[in-house]
Design a protein around this ligand. Sequence first.
Ligand SMILES: [Zn+2]
Length: 325
Amino acid sequence: MKTDEKLSIKIIRKIVFISIILICMLTIGVKASKSDVNYVTIVFPEGYETTVMTTSVKVSDILSENHMIILPDETVYPDLNSNIDLAKTITISKITAEKEIISEEVESVTTEEILGKYVTVTEKIIVEQVEIPYETIIKDVSKEGTETKDKVLQEGVNGLKEIKYKVKYQDDEEIERNVISEVVIKEPVDKIVQISTKLTSRGAGARTTTYSPEALQASVEGVEPKVIKMNTSAYCSCAKCTGKTNGITSSGAAAKEWHTIAAGAAYPIGTVIYIPALADKPNGGWFVVEDRGGAISNNKIDIYMNSHQSAIIFGRKTLECYVYQ
Ligand SMILES: [Zn+2]
């Protein structure tokens, strides 16, 4: 029995000893393998991510192990030749257009800076006095019927303002002008015109109203006219002259004799034109651009007449025109 007991104790001791060694070995083994394996998160440009298990630490190795290729328009952080950092994350992102624009801007600034070294740019403060044109207010009393004549109720007076500019010169040539301040020295006084003889167009589809020659003249007072010699002819509403017969002009107003003229696109609808040679006509020579025409060029105007006969009699003349624009 004694020897048997001794033997069994020995065996138990051996087992315990081996077990301790085995446990130690296993623990060391696990610890060793744990320190070698990394769980790395890879973030893709599209926004999703994946986690891979790897024993590598170099970014390029981890990516190639997982068959991931970086495209020419993509960038990686940390870069391919670096090792992964503590965050254990590899981020793949697209090189955006915004980044490219930013780099262009930086370049242009540099170019300007370089140019700036070779040209002399000087800056001056300039003060200028500028007239403020008065406005013409038309007071329409035609509906009241108490007044029979158009009259100027108040004369217009131009105002005055002082503008302070910062002007940049490059070799004595002005290249930039910025307003620093604007001070009104004198407020303009509105011109007030009372209109009692407003004529309302009658034609079908007509939408605008026409003013008397006095009103036209009053509306452009103070405006500097452009004096141009124009090739002047006349037209009527017949099919031969216009290709249409309703007498409605391009502006929508009904054409009116000694009032409506057709002009080229350089003269906006509503432009007032005074022709001194026709001052003895019912309109005193005052016309309004209310029409357009296919054959109308910018140095040619057509005067509206009520009959084709009158248009032919008027013929074709070169007349001095005062264009108020
Ligand atoms: Zn005609």
